[in-house]
Design a protein around this ligand. Structure first.
Ligand SMILES: [Zn+2]
Length: 300
């Protein structure tokens, strides 16, 4: 093995912004019709209830249509969430994945989800393990039930390029196990805190890494409008957009409410990170950090 230490401790989000405006303005309107939302299959309980009032009293009709009684013990019904249709389609001309880091929380994560629901688009969330508690887990479940993807942003949000193999594994596994508890699924992608990456991380985290096109939305001095314009100016087909649903980041909520319709107007479709790779017919690999699903090099 070549002992090559790659240590990127600087934030390299801006690297993804070098592309500039694309002169290609082919606005297309793919006419994908949403697939019908399948209603959950009712679990029929065939056990007849014993205390049902007899129905065969009057008018001689012998069509005994028995109405199935509700089972007495039912699971506490959570607020119904209607999944957003986000089936990736190979025919999409332009497709991107919105991603949000540094949640979950009960306020801003839900505000982001409200906007996603309003515009009927899905996104992917990269969670910090230390932010997951019983209350914020409900936001995670809501996101998952809407069709969003839940991914991994480490337990403590430290500089993992300076951690040992054991520490790195513990950081990843903590979030992975929490998400498994909440959603029943493992986390399939990892976003390194501060996009700081070192050899030990490549060796000990066995999923593809994700970076993305950012808009410095962690900086209060960057207004919602500036966030919208930064993405609008630089986005291209296949991009992963990097934003933050950190507690109190209302300007990003505002920004996506404005940005999503603009990008839709330009012909973009929205999907999850895994949906993005699927739409592009690409199998993401480990020891890569993706900002765009179609990139060839390790860093883009
Ligand atoms: Zn972060």
């Amino acid at each position: 093995m070549i002992k090559k230490i790659i240590r990127f401790s600087a934030i390299l989000l801006t690297a993804g912004m070098l592309g500039g405006c694309s002169g290609n303005n082919t606005v297309s309107s793919p006419e994908s019709t949403p697939a019908p939302v399948s209603s959950p299959a009712p679990e029929s309980t065939d056990t007849p209830s014993t205390d049902s009032a007899s129905e065969n009293s009057t008018d001689g009709t012998d069509s005994t249509v028995s109405e199935p009684e509700q089972p007495e013990v039912s699971e506490p019904s959570e607020p119904a969430v209607t999944p957003i249709n986000a089936e990736p389609d190979y025919d999409w001309d332009k497709v991107i994945a919105l991603t949000f880091d540094d949640g979950p929380n009960t306020e801003t994560t839900n505000e982001v989800l409200d906007v996603l629901e309003k515009h009927q688009v899905v996104a992917s969330f990269f969670l910090i393990g230390n932010n997951i508690d019983d209350e914020s887990a409900k936001s995670v479940k809501r996101a998952y039930d809407l069709g969003c993807e839940i991914n991994n942003h480490s337990k403590s949000h430290g500089y993992m390029d300076k951690m040992t193999a054991e520490e790195i594994k513990a950081e990843y596994d903590y979030v992975d196990e929490k998400v498994l508890e909440i959603t029943g699924e493992h986390t399939g992608f990892f976003r390194p805190p501060y996009i700081a990456v070192g050899d030990e991380m490549w060796e000990n985290i066995d999923v593809p890494f994700i970076s993305g096109l950012g808009c410095n939305d962690w900086d209060d001095k960057v207004t919602a409008e500036m966030r919208v314009m930064a993405i609008k100016r630089n986005v291209k087909d296949g991009d992963i957009i990097l934003m933050h649903d950190a507690q109190g980041n209302h300007m990003t909520v505002e920004a996506i409410d404005e940005l999503i319709p603009i990008l839709k107007e330009e012909g973009y479709k929205f999907t999850t990170v895994s949906g993005l790779f699927e739409a592009k017919g690409i199998t993401p690999v480990t020891k890569m950090i993706y900002s765009n699903a179609t990139q060839q090099g390790m860093w883009g």
